[in-house]
Write a protein that binds this ligand. Structure first.
Ligand code: HEC
Length: 200
């Protein structure tokens, strides 16, 4: 009795796995932790339910209140990286080829909470992504290409073309610089701590 239940369960599981594998194939590859491109070379979006479960590096905020009412990005910037790339970073203090950094913008909501006055996260409001891909950006600084999937509420765009250098890369190049691999790690204490541990 026990044995047959186990056998039935195993059959059910393998049926589901076959189903999943077929879905993956139809979609042209379902692993969203690596960059996926359309036939014409645009980056496919990442499902928010997927990237919000990645490792969160930090969440800077540049509120309008402190930028004369006109911050370029007045939201919180929640930055995520897939688990595999973070594990690699912790070993080497380098972002491996194929790394995706997803930055979701989240509006400032309440400015007062039981804990005090401040800035509290409100609504989701946009998605910026940086991808390190040698094959797509052999000439780009650090092989990073930058993409914008909307500056507004979800659903975000399904695909995006790489942004011209002046829009994104030039600021990362001159302000984060090659020593930080063009990533603003100085605002992510967790990244700094991991790098310090490798270099010790
Ligand atoms: C004027 C400078 C500037 C420009 C232009 C700029 N960024 Fe950034 N970016 C920053 C800074 C500073 C941070 C870190 C602090 C923060 O989020 O406010 C950052 C963080 C990021 C991150 C998180 C990873 C990291 O490098 O720290 C991503 C992803 C990102 N930007 C993508 C983009 C994209 C896509 C564009 C163009 C559409 C863009 N950025 C344009 C300054 C800039």
């Amino acid at each position: 009795m026990k044995k047959s239940t186990a056998a039935m369960f195993a059959a059910g599981v393998s049926g589901v796995m076959v189903g999943l594998a077929m879905l993956g194939a139809a979609d042209g590859g379902s692993d969203q932790t690596k960059p996926r491109y359309t036939a014409d070379g645009k980056l496919k979006t990442i499902d928010p339910e997927v990237f919000r479960d990645w490792v969160q590096l930090g969440t800077p905020v540049t509120p309008n209140d402190q930028n004369n009412g006109e911050a370029a990005f007045p939201e919180f910037h929640a930055v995520y990286v897939p688990q595999w790339a973070w594990a690699e970073y912790k070993k080497t203090a380098k972002w491996p080829d194929g790394t995706i950094l997803a930055k979701e913008l989240i509006k400032v909501g309440d400015k007062k909470a039981p804990s005090g006055a401040g800035y509290f996260e409100g609504e989701f409001n946009g998605l910026d992504v940086a991808v390190k891909d040698k094959s797509k950006g052999p000439e780009a600084p650090g092989n990073w290409l930058y993409y914008n999937f909307n500056h507004g509420k979800p659903p975000y765009a399904a695909e995006a073309a790489a942004q011209p250098k002046a829009n994104c890369s030039s600021c990362h190049e001159s302000n984060a610089g090659p020593e930080a691999d063009f990533v603003f790690s100085r605002y992510y204490p967790k990244v700094k701590a991991a790098a310090a541990k490798v270099k010790k």
